[in-house]
Design a protein around this ligand. Structure first.
Ligand SMILES: [Fe+2]
Ligand SMILES: [Fe+2]
Length: 305
């Protein structure tokens, strides 16, 4: 009799556990532009521990500078997935290494900016599930102010994405990849109350404005980079200074000193999609032993954010 009761109770206990898991705050970590081998190294060294310590449910990272400082390869896509990155966003350097194009077309774990031309390779948004089964929408946008790659209206593109997300998706994250702080802050307000987390990337310097906006969205103007900070935006400071002080061309190689992992961590209510907390994350690593390895393919030694 008791055994029968236990058997009958089991499905109810499981349902209750599932309900508890589905209503627990979701912890989403977003990482800024991963720059070259030093950026890859610190992810490899620190990400798994951070995910464990902070009980992170989903990791989203911008990887537009991961291969030699500009672009991403299929090999590096798989490598950082194995380090614990769940979804990859990109930016103006998205197509610098063409071997990523088949992955952009086939994988649900990477998105291209939603406001590129309709015919540009890659998906405009993706929906992935956390281990607890909560669907999360992810998309990115390119700014139009001081950006080299022409793009359509990011505000209209954001509306298009939100209108096309499946109805069961209550949690979504937007990576606003832009040069101008004004455009990134404006996008935060445009999406406030409609998108759970709006994070800026591209300028490689973390900003101090991590906050929850009045409508309940977590926002920050720039996550900063995962890469070498004893540099100018990830490039060797001596090379950049030579160029800036002489106007003569110099190759901008990846720097190796003061490598840090930078991003932001938000807690999101999965029922409402609203943020409960938002904080910057910054972890100091070691200097990188070298700037490049064979995974970098053809390093890009020009200035690039
Ligand atoms: Fe960029
Ligand atoms: Fe970048």
């Amino acid at each position: 009799m008791q055994a029968d009761s236990g058997l009958l109770a089991a499905p109810f206990a499981f349902a209750r556990l599932a309900a508890i898991l589905l209503s627990m705050p979701l912890r989403i970590l977003c990482l800024g532009d991963i720059v070259g081998r030093p950026g890859r190294q610190i992810l490899h060294q620190k990400l798994a521990g951070l995910v464990r310590e902070r009980a992170v449910d989903l990791v989203i990272a911008n990887a537009e500078n991961i291969a030699g400082g500009s672009g991403i390869t299929a090999n590096l896509f798989h490598k950082i997935r194995s380090y614990g990155v769940d979804v990859i966003t990109l930016g103006d350097h998205i197509y610098r290494k063409a071997d990523i194009i088949p992955t952009l077309q086939s994988s649900e774990r990477v998105v291209r900016p939603a406001n590129l031309a309709a015919t540009a390779a890659g998906r405009r948004f993706t929906v992935v599930s956390t281990a607890a089964g909560i669907p999360v929408g992810v998309f990115s946008l390119l700014g139009r102010i001081y950006m080299n790659l022409p793009a359509d209206d990011p505000f209209a593109a954001a509306n298009w994405v939100l209108a096309n997300l499946p109805e069961n998706v209550r949690v979504c994250v937007c990576d606003m990849h832009a040069e101008a702080t004004s455009e990134k802050v404006a996008m935060g307000h445009w999406l406030d109350g409609r998108c759970s987390m709006i994070v800026g990337t591209h300028t490689h310097i973390p900003t101090a404005d991590a906050r929850i906006l009045p409508g309940g969205s977590a926002a920050i103007s720039d996550l900063g980079m995962c890469g070498p900070y004893d540099s100018v935006l990830g490039r060797r400071k001596d090379r950049v200074l030579k160029h800036m002080t002489t106007n003569m061309p110099h190759s901008f190689e990846i720097a190796t000193g003061d490598v840090r992992l930078c991003g932001a961590l938000a807690e999101i209510d999965p029922e409402t999609g609203r943020a409960l907390s938002m904080e910057r994350v910054e972890i100091k690593g070691e200097n990188a032993d070298q700037a490049y390895d064979s995974d970098d393919k053809t390093p890009d030694r020009e200035k690039s954010e």
